[in-house]
Design a binder for this molecule. Structure first.
Ligand SMILES: Cc1ncc(COP(=O)(O)O)c(C=O)c1O
Length: 400
């Protein structure tokens, strides 16, 4: 029986699967179980920032696994690997962030931030933005997308509300004395690479400070050089001073790992037992994350991403001029880019055609195809991927 047959019959599926079984990867490429090669413009949903099987990651896994994978009593004991990661991360975090805690996934980082914000303020209302994505736990779901999404799992934190992303005035109008926190992405990733004005986040930050509301910045998709700065909130014209910042995905280049950092005033209000978990801050994840973050710093990857992102965006704009009936808009910052297409059907057809021609892209809600290559992409690899995209668009334009 084939991989696909076994998975379809024995595994639970919550999504439409692409008909490809990925066997291995290297750099920008992956191979299926029949030996066919594909260019990966998904970076595993923005995770494999150094590409597939980078020696920096495989060496860190191997060396740490030979030493220890999980500490006795987990977080009750200290870990040199954890201490190293804390030091490396502290060098790149925005100045207001004082202490860091390691968790296993982006959703868990946001879930913890939301839970702790409610606890320390004694309030229950959280304001989120329409089209957001913060995870699939019950708590994070209640601040993701919009009411049509949260109403699928009732009752879902009934006081939480959504405002238009990028609309400062609407946010100011609903932020009241019952509000515990505002949670926002610097750029909405799953929402379709939606980029707000450069002064939006700083105005939200100032408003939260004025009204005593906590600000949670979700850098899970945008952090770790993805947008051409170490964190996307650093594109703001005025420095942001969040109370919580959540991180995941690129932090460990593919190893499941995430984190949240808090300001000193928030840290002062946290107590023993407020959060924890069996694998939180496990030495293996910490060693991999320290290697990845160290690599990003030493190799000035953010600057390289800013340059290659500008090339990618210009090339995509060129494709928009070539296929105006299919591509309605092009958006991007750094190597987080999106095409807004004419319909969801076109998204499906284009994604499938790209796959058949050897390119993996990410279809997203609302007529979007995201292009999220690994951060070290070389010009020739980008040109090869864009050549396939061009050919796929050409055959889609003839078929619709
Ligand atoms: C901005 C943002 N927050 C949170 C999450 C959830 O992260 P995870 O899938 O690791 O739980 C995602 C995942 O796509 C995301 O893009």
């Amino acid at each position: 029986m084939s991989t696909i047959t076994i998975e379809d019959s024995l595994g639970i599926t919550f999504c439409n699967r692409q008909q490809v079984a990925i066997e291995r990867g290297e750099g920008c490429y992956v191979w299926d179980d029949a030996g066919n090669r594909y260019i990966d413009f998904t970076a595993g949903w923005g995770v494999t920032c150094l590409g597939h099987s980078h020696s920096c990651i495989t060496d860190a896994i191997y060396k740490q696994a030979l030493k220890i994978i999980q500490n006795p009593n987990s977080g009750f004991t200290y870990s040199p690997a954890r201490a190293r990661l804390l030091q490396v991360l502290k060098n790149v975090l925005p100045g207001s962030l004082h202490k860091i805690y390691f968790v296993n996934s982006g959703a868990e980082a946001n879930d913890a931030a939301l839970k702790l914000a409610r606890k320390i303020t004694g309030k229950t209302k959280v304001i989120a933005t329409g089209g957001s994505f913060h995870g699939r736990t019950f708590n994070t779901l209640s601040v993701s997308g919009g009411k049509e999404n949260t109403n699928r799992y009732l009752p879902s934190m009934p006081e939480n509300c959504f405002v238009r992303f990028g609309d400062y005035d609407e946010l100011a109008s609903v932020l009241d004395v019952n509000t515990a926190a505002v949670i926002v992405e610097p750029i909405q990733g799953e929402g379709g690479v939606r980029i707000p004005d450069l002064n939006y986040l700083s105005r939200v930050d100032q408003l939260c400070k004025q009204r005593g509301v906590l600000l949670i910045i979700d850098e899970i998709q945008t952090g770790f050089c993805r947008t051409g700065k170490f964190f996307a909130s650093q594109h703001s014209l005025v420095e942001i001073r969040p109370d919580f910042m959540t991180m995941g995905k690129g932090i460990a280049g593919g190893f499941p790992f995430a984190a949240f950092a808090v300001s000193a005033p928030v840290d002062a209000l946290l107590n023993r037992g407020d959060h924890g978990g069996t694998y939180c801050g496990n030495p293996l994840g910490c060693a991999v994350a320290a290697a990845v973050v160290g690599f990003l710093i030493e190799n000035r990857v953010a600057e390289k991403v800013a340059a290659s992102g500008a090339v990618l965006l210009a090339e995509l704009q060129q494709l928009q001029r070539k296929y105006p009936s299919l591509i309605l808009a092009v958006r991007g910052r750094g190597l987080l880019c999106a095409l807004e297409l004419s319909s969801d059907k076109v998204v499906q057809t284009l994604t499938q055609t790209c796959l058949e021609k050897g390119l993996l892209v990410t279809p997203t809600r609302n007529r979007i195809v995201r292009l999220i290559p690994y951060l070290l992409i070389e010009r020739a690899e980008m040109a090869a991927g864009l050549g396939i995209l061009d050919a796929a668009l050409s055959s889609v334009v003839q078929s619709v």
